[in-house]
Design a protein around this ligand. Structure first.
Ligand SMILES: C[S@@+](CC[C@H](N)C(=O)[O-])C[C@H]1O[C@@H](n2cnc3c(N)ncnc32)[C@H](O)[C@@H]1O
Length: 209
């Protein structure tokens, strides 16, 4: 694995320091979140959001590509299941097994083909009528690398990592290609990294009975 491998970069970051941020953005979606059942925290990082899902009564499986992130997350949330997995191939996760998939800032590292794979995996592991709640880089996230024109699917290198910046049209294309239906899509400004960060918050439901 080279130093430019995203896994190595994330491992290096989590080995140096915790990255979780106290901003409780989930609170705004409280009414939509289930209070029982199963949740997948996809790209869980050091696990602060896993804690918030556990606090709401959900049985949580937390996954990340970084073993260093998972080491921190396990320490924070011993009552959750933790697995190393790539969002594009959720090995070992059964079809239709989650009521909720939370993917906060973890699904915007891929080109079109890999984004389609990751969204298809989310749809596969969600139960029918299950919800995806995702936070994703927005096309106008200029403080954190958004290009002048984000309408194409090219990736932008930011601090050594390839990043995708989403227009509404690109997100809707991903939903249309999978069995996910938009429930809400809105932009939010986050202050978790200091300067304002523009991101999409997406809620989508898996169709079917
Ligand atoms: C910006 S951090 C967000 C962490 C956490 N969700 C939060 O909001 O604090 C992005 C996370 O996604 C993970 N990640 C990046 N690429 C991934 C992939 N292909 N599959 C699974 N996780 C990935 C990283 O290791 C990192 O923990």
């Amino acid at each position: 694995m080279s130093d430019s491998d995203p896994k190595a970069i994330w491992n290096g970051r989590y080995a140096r320091q915790a990255l979780a941020c106290d901003e409780d953005w989930l609170q705004a979606w409280d009414a939509l979140l289930p209070r029982s059942g199963t949740a997948l925290d996809l790209g869980c990082g050091d696990g602060l959001e896993t804690t918030r899902l556990l606090d709401r009564g959900l049985a949580v499986t937390a996954v990340d590509i970084s073993v260093q992130a998972l080491a921190r997350a396990r320490q924070r949330n011993p009552q959750a299941q933790h697995r190393r997995a790539d969002a594009r191939e959720l090995v070992g996760m059964a079809d239709s097994s989650f009521d909720l998939v939370l993917a906060h800032l973890s699904l915007h590292y891929f080109d079109r083909a890999d984004s389609l794979r990751a969204f298809a995996e989310v749809a596969r592991v969600l139960k029918p009528q299950g919800l995806l709640l995702a936070g994703l880089n927005a096309d106008d996230d200029v403080n954190y690398g958004a290009p002048a024109d984000a309408s194409g699917w090219g990736l932008t290198m930011v601090d050594g990592l390839p990043k995708q910046f989403f227009t509404e049209a690109k997100l809707l294309e991903l939903l249309t290609a999978t069995s996910l239906q938009a429930v809400q899509l809105r932009k939010r400004e986050s202050l978790r990294y200091g300067a304002p960060k523009s991101l999409w918050e997406l809620v989508a439901r898996k169709t079917g009975a």
